[in-house]
Design a protein around this ligand. Structure first.
Ligand SMILES: C[S@@+](CC[C@H](N)C(=O)[O-])C[C@H]1O[C@@H](n2cnc3c(N)ncnc32)[C@H](O)[C@@H]1O
Length: 259
C-alpha cells in the first residue's frame, strides 16, 4: 500500500465531497472549531495545507486575508485548485506546490505554519503515524494543527447496522479495512484513540475534538431529504462534541497545538 495519489479521483472528489449537506456539515464544524484560532487575529497567518487537494477550506482562509501554501502530490487536484485561485482572484495570497507532506518540514519554499491543515489525508497514507511527526515539525511554537480523518469506528458500526457481519470479521482478521481501490472509501480508516496517542507522542496537545457527521449518515434518506438542511447542520454542530455520538462520527476533527 502506497500513499494514495488522487489524480484519477479528482473529478469524482469534487462532485461528491463538497457539493451538498456532507460538505456543509464538514465546513460548519471546521469553522466553529477554528474560530478561536482565526477570530480577532488582525495579523495574517501563515497557513499550510498538507494534502490540500482542491483547497476548498484553505482558499476561504486566503479570501479572509491569510497567506496560504497549498500542497499535494496530485497534479490533477492542484490544477482544480489553481482554477479556483484564478476564479476567486486569490493569486497574491496562495501558492500551490506539488509536494509530499513528508517533505514539508525540509522544503525551504514552505514557512513554518501558524496554522497547518491536514484534512482527510492520514487515512490515505501508508504510514500515518510518521506523517504526524513530520507535521508537528512544520509548526511555529504555539502553532495549531487542524486534523481530520476517517473514523474506523463509524465503519464498524455501519457494517454492524447493515448486518455485514462476515465482512466485519474479514476486515478485522485481515486488518484490511480499506474500500475498493477506485472508491472514495479510504484504504486505511483510523481509530480515534490511536491517532490521539500519536498526536501526544508527536509532542502536540489536544485543544478540541469534534465529530463530523455524527448522525447524518445513520438517518434514513427519506428523513434526511425531508428535514431542512440547516436544521441538520445545526444539530450536527450541537452533538459534535457529545459522546457517544462523537465517537461514531464518519470523520473526526482534532485541533492540536505545539507548545
Ligand atoms: C481525500 S483528499 C483530501 C483533500 C483535502 N485535504 C480536502 O479535505 O478536501 C486526500 C488528498 O491527499 C493527497 N495525498 C495523498 N498522499 C499524500 C502525501 N504523501 N503528501 C501529500 N498529499 C497526499 C491526495 O492526492 C489527495 O488529494
Amino acid at each position: 500500500m502506497a500513499d494514495r495519489n488522487f489524480d484519477d479521483l479528482a473529478q469524482r472528489f469534487r462532485k461528491r465531497i463538497y457539493g451538498g449537506l456532507k460538505g456543509d456539515i464538514r465546513l460548519a464544524v471546521l469553522n466553529r472549531d477554528l474560530a478561536p484560532v482565526l477570530d480577532g487575529k488582525g495579523d495574517r497567518l501563515n497557513v499550510v495545507d498538507a494534502g490540500g487537494g482542491q483547497g476548498q477550506f484553505a482558499l476561504d482562509l486566503a479570501a479572509a486575508g491569510h497567506r496560504v501554501w497549498l500542497t499535494d502530490i496530485s497534479v490533477e487536484m492542484l490544477d482544480l485548485a489553481r482554477e479556483q485561485v484564478a476564479e476567486r482572484g486569490l493569486g497574491s495570497r496562495v501558492q500551490t506546490l506539488q509536494l509530499p507532506l513528508q517533505a514539508l518540514d525540509s522544503d525551504p519554499r514552505i514557512p513554518s505554519a501558524d496554522l497547518l491543515l491536514c484534512h482527510a489525508v492520514l487515512e490515505w497514507l501508508e504510514q500515518p503515524q510518521q506523517a504526524l511527526v513530520h507535521l508537528a515539525q512544520c509548526l511555529v511554537p504555539g502553532g495549531y494543527l487542524s486534523l481530520t480523518f476517517y473514523n474506523r469506528r463509524a465503519l464498524e458500526f455501519r457494517l454492524l447496522q447493515r448486518g455485514s457481519l462476515r465482512q466485519l470479521d474479514r476486515n478485522r482478521n485481515s486488518g484490511d479495512w480499506g474500500g475498493h481501490p477506485g472508491s472514495l472509501t479510504p484504504q486505511n480508516p483510523l481509530l480515534p484513540e490511536e491517532v490521539m496517542g500519536w498526536v501526544e507522542q508527536a509532542g502536540l496537545s489536544l485543544v478540541a475534538h469534534s465529530g463530523i457527521r455524527c448522525f447524518h449518515d445513520f438517518m434514513t434518506p427519506e428523513m434526511r431529504d425531508k428535514l431542512p438542511p440547516a436544521a441538520i447542520v445545526e444539530k450536527e454542530l450541537e452533538y459534535s462534541r457529545v459522546d457517544p455520538y462523537r465517537q461514531l462520527a464518519r470523520y473526526v476533527h482534532l485541533l492540536c497545538r505545539r507548545a
